[in-house]
Design a protein around this ligand. Structure first.
Ligand SMILES: Cc1cc2nc3c(=O)[nH]c(=O)nc-3n(C[C@H](O)[C@H](O)[C@H](O)COP(=O)(O)O)c2cc1C
Length: 198
């Protein structure tokens, strides 16, 4: 894979009405499969949604966001993120493919956690992040657009019930052919993120 993909990747929030083949999805997930992981635990699972299955999935996400906003908020300190979650949901409706990302070792974020388990969870989350980034870079190389999504958290219980999983829902990846070419988003300067002690 070309290193160019690292610099050319963008979050894509507009997608063409064009299907993504199963062969391509398989190539994307295969890039995720070979990522490094803590103790080689490979704590990832990817569930791929399209067509009416995707619609059903997103109906559940919509129900969750509505509940979060109107009834029983499970994330009362994050209400300022709800409008962003609605925007993300709109983008997910437009994308032909949504890949749900599961931590197969993880528990619900609403469970108590001790320090040992938190360290394990941090390592597994990092491993899954590496796997997701591989997928995004492979997609960039194949001229697909992707969006890495964490706003699924606003519908955590609805989505995990619908997926029928007891493990941790980490987030989602929207995949499709891009209908925009965003400029690079701002980044911190290299001197602001590096400290040499050599
Ligand atoms: C863990 C994670 C979660 C994200 N969740 C969302 C999301 O729910 N909705 C969204 O529109 N963008 C989401 N993004 C995309 C970021 O907003 C984006 O990466 C950042 O603004 C930089 O833009 P770029 O990806 O084009 O370089 C997420 C990115 C990461 C890494």
């Amino acid at each position: 894979m070309s290193i160019d993909a690292i610099y050319n990747r963008r979050s894509i929030r507009k997608f063409l009405k064009k299907d993504v083949s199963i062969d391509i999805i398989q190539q994307l997930i295969d890039s995720g499969r070979v990522a490094p992981s803590a103790k080689n635990r490979q704590p990832w699972k990817y569930i791929v949604f399209g067509n009416e299955h995707k619609q059903e999935l997103l109906q559940n996400m919509e129900t969750g966001i509505f509940r979060e906003e109107n009834n029983q908020s499970l994330l009362p300190n994050s209400t300022s993120g709800i409008s962003d979650a609605k925007n993300t949901l709109r983008i997910m409706k437009e994308a032909p493919i949504i890949i749900m990302v599961i931590n197969t070792n993880g528990k619900s974020p609403f469970c108590e956690i001790n320090a040992d388990d938190r360290i394990t969870e941090i390592c597994d989350t990092l491993s899954i992040g590496a796997s997701i980034e591989n997928i995004l870079l492979k997609a960039t190389e194949l001229e697909l657009g992707t969006l890495w999504i964490a706003n699924t958290c606003f519908a955590y219980s609805e989505l995990t019930n619908y997926l029928n999983i007891v493990n941790q829902l980490v987030g989602a990846i929207a995949v499709g052919y891009p209908d925009e070419q965003p400029l690079p988003r701002p980044r911190k300067a290299i001197e602001d993120i590096i400290e040499y002690r050599i």
